[in-house]
Each structure stands twice: as C-alpha cells, then as structure tokens.
Design a protein around this ligand. Structure first.
Ligand SMILES: CC(C)(COP(=O)(O)OP(=O)(O)OC[C@H]1O[C@@H](n2cnc3c(N)ncnc32)[C@H](O)[C@@H]1OP(=O)(O)O)[C@@H](O)C(=O)NCCC(=O)NCCS
Length: 191
C-alpha cells in the first residue's frame, strides 16, 4: 500500500523519471509550466507517494496570484506511475495536498486538468471564468477549489507566478559536473 510523504531533494531523479513516463516531453510545453519554471514549489507542499523505496506518485503546489493581489496555489503536475494507476494513489496525493494547503492557511487552489477527475475533490470551473493563464490552455480545464469560502469571489485577470526563485547552479559546479558526465542535456522548454 502506497505511503505519502513530503518530497526530499534526493527524490529528484526518481520524480523526473516518473513525470517523463506519466506525461512524456509534453509536460514541458504546458502553460502551467510557465508558472513553475525557475521557481521553488510552495513551502511544505510537495508530496510523493512511495511503494517500498520506489517513488510511484508525485504532486506539488506553487504560489501564484489569481489575478492581481489575490494569492492562491497552482497544483501540478500530479502523476502516478502507469503500473500503479487506478489504485487510489492519485486520490491519496490530492487529499494530502489539499489538507496540507488548508492547514497552512491558503485560500484557494487552481489547476489545469480534467474536470471529471478533479471534480471528485471539489474542483470546478465555477469561479475561473474571468481568470486566464499566461499562454494557451483549454478554458474549461481551468479549475479551482476554494479552501476559504469566497476566496475566489470576483477573481479576474492573469494568473501569475509568485513563488521564490530557484537558486541558479553556480557555473564552476556545472562545468565540473559536465566534465564528470553528471550533467544531462538541457531540459527542453517550449517557446
Ligand atoms: C490522473 C492520475 C494522476 C490518476 O491517478 P490514479 O492513482 O490512477 O487515480 P486514482 O486511483 O485515485 O483514481 C482512479 C480513478 O480516476 C479515473 N481517472 C483517471 N484519470 C482520469 C482522467 N484524466 N479523467 C477522468 N477520470 C480519470 C479512473 O478512471 C478511476 O476511476 P474510478 O475510480 O471510477 O475507477 C494518473 O492516471 C496519471 O498520472 N495520469 C497521467 C498524468 C496525467 O494525465 N495527470 C493529470 C490528469 S489531468
């Protein structure tokens, strides 16, 4: 049975491999990625699912604004490794992420995803009609869950990234790692 815990730095490679398998390269082209790249996830809101020592699921939440001056979280990516799907791991990750966001006092969570899946956790497009993402997306897939009643009342405008910037690797360390063969080719990014 899968267990859920906070993501650790040492989970990095296993999580990347999991996301590659669950989404393929398309994950870098998603507009949500524009709100995540070069940022750190929201404090205390990255979780992995484990089966023994294996990472079989992952979810993160990110600091954004739902229109000017309205703090919110963006959820994603949510992924479960293909051979472990359909066993309730996605639901466990979602429930943990939502509960932790609520405990930390966040008011609302946004995401771009399938309403038939996320609807079961209370997400809907009811309050996202006047919000927009900074790039292409399907409007009916922009969903939200209020953690505090009315947190998204009157929400309108562009969703923007507000998370802390991720530290840039120091050039000397990159060169040394590359000469040891420890640096992979640059991450593909969509325009
Ligand atoms: C979506 C995903 C995270 C679900 O994880 P999971 O552990 O398989 O989910 P659970 O076991 O908690 O729930 C399974 C249920 O969700 C349904 N489901 C899964 N993906 C769905 C989707 N995209 N739309 C609607 N329902 C979906 C299954 O049919 C199943 O339904 P049932 O409970 O009626 O049998 C997983 O399938 C995945 O990683 N997919 C690839 C990446 C992805 O597309 N992620 C974002 C989805 S928008």
């Amino acid at each position: 049975m899968a267990a859920i815990r906070q993501e650790k730095i040492s989970d990095f490679d296993a999580r990347e491999a999991l996301l590659d398998r669950a989404y393929g390269d398309v994950r870098f082209a998603k507009t949500s990625e524009r709100l995540r790249e070069d940022r750190l996830p929201a404090a205390g809101l990255s979780f992995v699912a484990t089966e023994g020592r294996a990472i079989v699921g992952s979810v993160r939440l990110w600091d954004v604004t739902a229109g000017p001056g309205r703090p919110a979280l963006l959820l994603g990516p949510l992924a479960v490794s293909p051979e472990h799907q359909g066993k309730g791991i996605g639901a466990k990750l979602m429930k943990q992420a939502i509960a932790a966001a609520r405990m930390r006092g966040h008011g609302a969570i946004l995401l771009v995803g399938d309403a038939p899946y996320y609807g079961r956790f209370g997400f809907s497009a009811a309050k996202t009609g006047l919000l927009w993402m900074p790039g292409p997306y399907q409007k009916d897939r922009l969903l939200a869950l209020e953690l505090a009643a009315g947190a998204l009342d009157g929400a309108r405008g562009m969703i923007g990234a507000t998370g802390r910037l991720a530290p840039k690797p120091e050039l000397g360390a990159l060169v040394a790692a590359a000469s040891n063969g420890a640096v992979k080719s640059p991450t593909p990014r969509a325009a």
